[in-house]
Design a binder for this molecule. Sequence first.
Ligand SMILES: CC(C)(COP(=O)(O)OP(=O)(O)OC[C@H]1O[C@@H](n2cnc3c(N)ncnc32)[C@H](O)[C@@H]1OP(=O)(O)O)[C@@H](O)C(=O)NCCC(=O)NCCS
Length: 164
Amino acid sequence: MKLSDLKRLFAAPQPICEPGHVADADDLAALHAHAFRHGWPATEMEALIADPTVTTIVARQGRTAFTRRPVGFVMVRAAADEAEILTVVVAPARRGRGIGRLMMDETIRRLYFMRIASLFLEVDEGNDPALALYRRLGFREVGRRSNYYGNGTANALVMRADLK
Ligand SMILES: CC(C)(COP(=O)(O)OP(=O)(O)OC[C@H]1O[C@@H](n2cnc3c(N)ncnc32)[C@H](O)[C@@H]1OP(=O)(O)O)[C@@H](O)C(=O)NCCC(=O)NCCS
């Protein structure tokens, strides 16, 4: 067997993106708690996943259906022809490998078929990885909220992407 074959055999499989289930609530709460100071408890996560106005896309990685675990997720709330990103998270050890982009592409694809015209989000102006991801996807700054996070320093940018 060649070295390249061995490398392919042991390389992490590509993540797949699919809708989240209520059974994912514990895993998604843990991912969220790693990323944000104000975590969402599993009960809140469960309610959001079950909410018909919320679209949850989960990236799962693993060799088989049984070993595949969530490594990131996106939650979006839709109303009429607009939607708002509630959260986007990738597990710290899996960041910078295109998973955020993959999840957002799948989310936007679904929103497009739901006839959503505009997608909004709020992001800390110092969050460079998130800003890079959003700008790459075509989001543009449409507003700014001062001291949004209540710590006297960070401002939030309001961004919008037109899907049509
Ligand atoms: C923001 C986040 C979801 C990005 O996920 P990710 O899987 O690391 O992102 P990707 O690997 O798909 O990268 C997407 C783009 O951002 C860029 N990027 C990723 N990490 C970066 C970093 N640390 N600095 C600068 N750019 C970065 C990539 O180069 C890529 O741009 P490209 O397509 O032009 O190459 C992830 O960093 C995260 O979970 N952060 C903590 C939670 C958070 O802040 N969420 C956003 C709240 S609004």
